[in-house]
Design a protein around this ligand. Structure first.
Ligand code: 5GP
Length: 181
């Protein structure tokens, strides 16, 4: 891996594809154990989670299903500032065990709102699996159940994560260089 330029910014190698996939192996093993005998529904959050969702899903040995959802974030007039909607999500999840699959949890605002929207539909349980977690940026109490890798508060791309549309195809995780440009 080498330094890559995406639009106006430079990103340097941070975590190799091998390191990331070893972490995905570990999370998949946790999930296989936790949901043994169940048939959970995995909900991948587009766009960023598609790579992690695929890598995770092919490592699952339990009976399971997967679907995807796109979220729209916009600044509303509510006190929380940002409003998130699930776009075109018509799946019946009542009584189902649900696992939300995210690319990254940063402040946690997005995932916490997604969890609220899903809980309104009365699933049996909801847990979260994320490829990356930034504990120093996280502002909520809700536990993030399955974390592949915790990282410091730096901006990263690769393995599904983008900078303004670019970089999702990078193998491994790259972080922004200190000089940025
Ligand atoms: P939140 O702050 O709500 O947890 O994260 C919101 C969204 O910000 C994430 O779903 C992701 O799209 C984006 N995000 C946060 N940190 C990063 C990062 O380091 N890299 C990229 N590419 N996106 C990020």
């Amino acid at each position: 891996m080498s330094v890559v330029r995406l639009h106006e910014l430079e990103f340097e190698p941070y975590l190799s594809e091998g390191e990331v996939l070893a972490a995905v192996d570990r999370v998949a093993a946790e999930i296989n154990t936790h949901y043994a005998g169940e048939r959970p529904l995995f909900i991948g959050v587009l766009n960023g989670a598609f790579v992690f969702a695929a890598e995770l899903f092919k490592r699952l040995t339990i009976e399971c299903e997967i679907t995807f959802v796109k979220v729209a974030s916009y600044h509303g007039t509510s006190s929380s500032g940002t409003v998130t909607d699930l776009i075109g999500f018509n799946e019946r999840i009542e009584g189902r065990h649900v696992v939300v699959v995210e690319d990254i949890v940063d402040t946690g605002n997005t995932i916490v709102h997604i969890l609220e929207l899903l809980r309104d539909r009365h699933p049996a349980s909801v847990r979260v699996a994320t490829l990356l977690f930034k504990p120093d940026a996280y502002k909520h109490q809700v536990p993030i159940d399955h974390v592949a890798l915790s990282i410091p508060n730096v901006f990263v791309v690769g393995m599904g994560l983008d900078h303004d549309g670019l970089g999702r195809n990078l193998r491994g995780i790259h972080r922004i260089t200190s000089h940025g440009k």
